[in-house]
Design a protein around this ligand. Structure first.
Ligand code: HEC
Length: 132
């Protein structure tokens, strides 16, 4: 086979491996995890209601678990979409798994009343806590 064809095939195979490698382990950065969203999310999380239960920087506190992903209580994989969903819907009292957590997590941060773009910004920040 001509050398050019061979080269083209090798490039195609290398490209396939690169795409596969990026998907293994879910290390692909979600499109909405932008520096601007992470900065906005950081400020909403750490000055708003989230830190009152989850601690500054999401290290965990009496009323809510750490968000460091070592052991998720509610989430399965800690994916960006899962984080968006739990912030949007909250965790009703009856769904709380660890009985030391006394208060329900309200949808959209309760009084913070986060808009969809703000929910996504907070989710981007929370996502970075487990993807340094
Ligand atoms: C009133 C306290 C409270 C506030 C405020 C609160 N949470 Fe929560 N959060 C909880 C509780 C309780 C759980 C579920 C823990 C359980 O099931 O034992 C939880 C679970 C979570 C989880 C899933 C953690 C896991 O281990 O699966 C995420 C992510 C999360 N909260 C993010 C946030 C964000 C972001 C905010 C701010 C918008 C916020 N929370 C505000 C109490 C709170």
């Amino acid at each position: 086979m001509p050398v050019r064809t061979l080269l083209h095939r090798m490039v195609a195979i290398a490209a396939l491996f690169t795409v596969a490698a990026c998907h293994v382990g879910g290390i692909k950065r979600p499109a909405l995890v932008t520096p601007a969203n992470v900065a906005l999310g950081d400020s909403l999380f750490n000055t708003g209601g989230c830190q009152r239960c989850h601690g500054k920087g999401g290290v965990g506190a009496a009323n809510a678990p750490a968000l460091d992903g070592k052991k998720w209580v509610q989430l399965n994989t800690g994916s960006f979409d899962e984080i968006v969903k739990i912030i949007t819907e909250g965790v009703p009292q009856a769904a709380i798994k660890d009985p030391t957590h006394k208060f329900a997590m309200r949808p959209r941060g309760g009084p913070m009343n986060l808009t969809d773009p703000q929910v996504k910004a907070v989710a981007a920040y929370v996502w970075t806590l487990t993807h340094k």
